[in-house]
Design a protein around this ligand. Structure first.
Ligand code: NDP
Length: 606
């Protein structure tokens, strides 16, 4: 910018301040200068720039939109990043931050808040959002009078506490005086369209309010397709890579109650890479048996043409590749009830019958609903509009990219059970176990998980707690550390039912122990002894050493069952820290929280 230099004698500035300002002004574009003038005017209006005071946006100033995400598997993060990119394309100032990295005391300075959050199974916030959620609901949360905000919830409508964390944030922000810009949207597993629509509408309102015209710039497209144009690798969510199956081995022995498989896929020539802790998304297809049974139950041929995200397809193909045809959700039942004309189903859907509805849904699939309540005049097009889109399934990667760059390994437990008189099969686990042979291909893409990462410093000790298939990422961790020549100590806690049949990757661990890569391993085979022993019992038995490792800076990792194992392990860790550290249970909980905050205690539980 060409302007006359400020003379320190003709201004209230000292020489150094005048020099800095002259230098800054020279480097500014006209837009930047205008923004700064608005910013300073706002500072002035808010009381001569008191530290920490919320700055009222001036007419020319564009406030910063803070987008906070609480991500479970990376979806909330992706939406938040896309929101930020689209805001910037519209000339708005925006920043996207993980709730885990956000300093809650900055809340009182915020000028506009956008929250995108997932919800844990039982209605709790995901781990990275936990502290922010707690702070916001505490008495320490500041008043947010007049701060515009919008909330997007991500969830799964087959869970009772669908999008609960989004609902909590929305209600609490309103209670603190913030001004809802747009009604909260609760997205089900196929979130692309509602999230894109919400993004578009919220940005439009922000554009109008902050005077950017609200019209998208030339680069702006809806979320789904934007992901495609911004995707750095050729293969991703919208364009999965056809990975050839190299191996598919059952790794549980004869007589085991479980069928767990080690699957190796080729990533050769895909350009895909991953880090230990990341997951591989599998784009599975539904089982033919389930498709034909459902077609028969609904009385449709399968040759009818229906819309799908891939364009028009026959109903049979759509049920194979595009729609979820097993899980019964309340929205499906609500839509289906309109065609079923059944008093019993209508009663089940009444708000005071929520408990009975959950009980009815338990262990039942869509085919059971169709058999229990027959529908009249249900045509193929209407039927598919009731179904959710078939979602890819994520599996923790069990190998290190650096050690095997052309391959990716998975540990897959085949889900099979019998309920209400029918055999049931898990969609992706049995697709991988039974329906793809070596030589065939599986569509895949990498799902990053920045909340489950090895320490940057190779000398840092790590403690890995992974019963069952939860051990998968730890095979990747140890393989990576071996490959890097990392000298940090590695301690594994593994649990399964029987030593003889279920010791997953036993030979790998034994080799790593022999070679000194794995420093220690403690195992808990729950059904080999009269009384069950679980990983947390092994943790408690080793309390002193475990605490010493933590004191030495060890990072703790837990992977596997979210419902029972993870809370029990958390409790055991609390006990160990309280006893060994000579502190109260409350202090020990705070200590674990601080480890979580420092990313020294990370969980990947499902
Ligand atoms: P599990 O976690 O079921 O079992 C591993 C070991 O943990 C067993 O020895 C089991 O003992 C033990 N265990 C049971 N309860 C506890 C507890 N409270 N604390 C510590 N250990 C406990 O292993 P899986 O690999 O079969 O399953 C892991 C998770 O993955 C589960 O949440 C399962 O539901 C889920 N899963 C999901 C799949 C999917 O497709 N979505 C596929 C497969 C698994 P015991 O059995 O003797 O009680």
């Amino acid at each position: 910018m060409r302007v006359n230099d400020i003379n320190e004698h003709a201004s209230p500035l000292d020489r150094e301040q005048a020099r800095c300002l002259n230098e800054l002004v020279k480097s500014l574009s006209a837009d930047q200068a205008q923004w700064i003038s608005g910013y300073l005017a706002g500072l002035n209006a808010a009381g001569a720039g008191e530290a920490g005071a919320r700055v009222a946006p001036s007419a020319t100033e564009k406030p910063t939109i803070t987008i906070l995400y609480g991500s479970e598997t990376g979806n909330a993060e992706r939406i938040a990043e896309q929101f930020r990119a689209q805001a910037e394309d519209r000339g708005l100032n925006a920043r996207a931050l993980d709730m885990a990295d956000y300093k809650p005391r900055d809340l009182k300075k915020e000028q506009c808040l956008v929250l995108v959050t997932a919800t844990h199974g039982e209605g709790d916030p995901p781990d990275p959002a936990e502290e922010f959620h707690e702070f916001l609901h505490s008495r320490k949360a500041p008043g947010l009078a007049g701060v515009p905000y919008a909330v997007l919830g991500l969830g799964d409508s087959s869970y009772e506490h669908f999008c609960q964390t989004g609902k909590d944030f929305d209600a609490r922000l309103a209670e603190l005086g913030a001004e809802r810009l747009h009604d909260r949207v609760d997205c089900d597993v196929d979130y692309d369209e509602p999230a894109a629509h919400w993004t578009e509408t919220v940005l439009k309102r922000l554009g109008e309010r902050f005077d950017s015209g609200g019209e998208p710039g030339p680069n702006v497209v809806a979320i789904g397709s934007q992901a495609r144009t911004r995707q750095p690798s050729a293969f991703g969510r919208d364009n999965p890579f056809p990975a050839e199956v190299l191996d598919n081995l059952k790794i549980t022995g004869r007589g085991s109650n479980k069928e767990i498989r080690h699957i190796e896929l080729s990533l050769a020539d895909s350009g895909l890479s991953f880090e230990p802790g990341d997951a591989l998304s599998i784009v599975a297809r539904n089982h033919d048996e389930v498709i034909f049974e459902l077609l028969e139950a609904v009385g449709l041929e399968g040759s009818e043409v229906v819309p799908t995200p891939r364009g028009e397809q026959t109903l049979e193909e759509a049920l194979r590749h595009d729609y979820e045809i097993t899980t019964v959700t309340p929205p499906f039942l609500g839509a289906y009830a309109e065609f079923a004309d059944s008093d019993e189903l209508n009663r089940l859907l009444e708000p005071d019958n929520a408990g009975r509805l959950t009980e009815y849904r338990w262990g039942r699939h869509i085919v059971d609903v169709v058999r229990d309540f027959s529908a009249r005049e249900l045509d193929a097009k209407r039927f598919v509009t009731m179904l959710r889109k078939l979602q890819p399934r994520d599996y923790s990667i069990a190998s290190s990219y650096n050690a095997n760059p052309d391959e990716v390994h998975l540990t897959v437990a085949a889900v099979r059970y019998r309920s209400h008189g029918r055999e049931r099969h898990g969609v992706a686990s049995t697709y991988l176990s039974d329906r793809v042979e070596p030589g065939e291909t599986v569509p895949v893409y990498v799902q990053r998980n920045k909340n489950f990462k090895l320490p940057a410093d190779d000398a840092t000790p790590i403690i890995m707690i992974g019963p069952g298939t939860g051990v998968a990422p730890f095979r990747a961790f140890v393989e990576e550390r071996e490959h890097r020549g990392a000298d940090g100590r590695n301690w594994l806690f593994f649990g399964e039912q029987h030593f003889r049949t279920d010791f997953l990757y036993q030979t790998d661990w034994q080799r790593w122990l022999r070679d000194g890569i794995l420093t220690r391993m403690d195992v808990a085979f729950s059904r080999d002894t009269e009384n069950k022993v679980y990983v947390q019992h092994r943790l408690l038995e080793n309390a002193r050493d475990l605490y010493a490792w933590i004191q030495d800076g060890a990072h703790l990792y837990v992977c596997g069952d979210a419902d029972r194992m993870a809370p029990d392990v958390h409790e055991a860790l609390t006990t160990i820290i309280a006893e060994q550290g000579g502190m109260s249970a409350d202090k020990a909980r705070d200590y674990l929280k601080s480890l979580q905050r420092e990313k020294r205690y990370q969980r990947d539980v499902y």
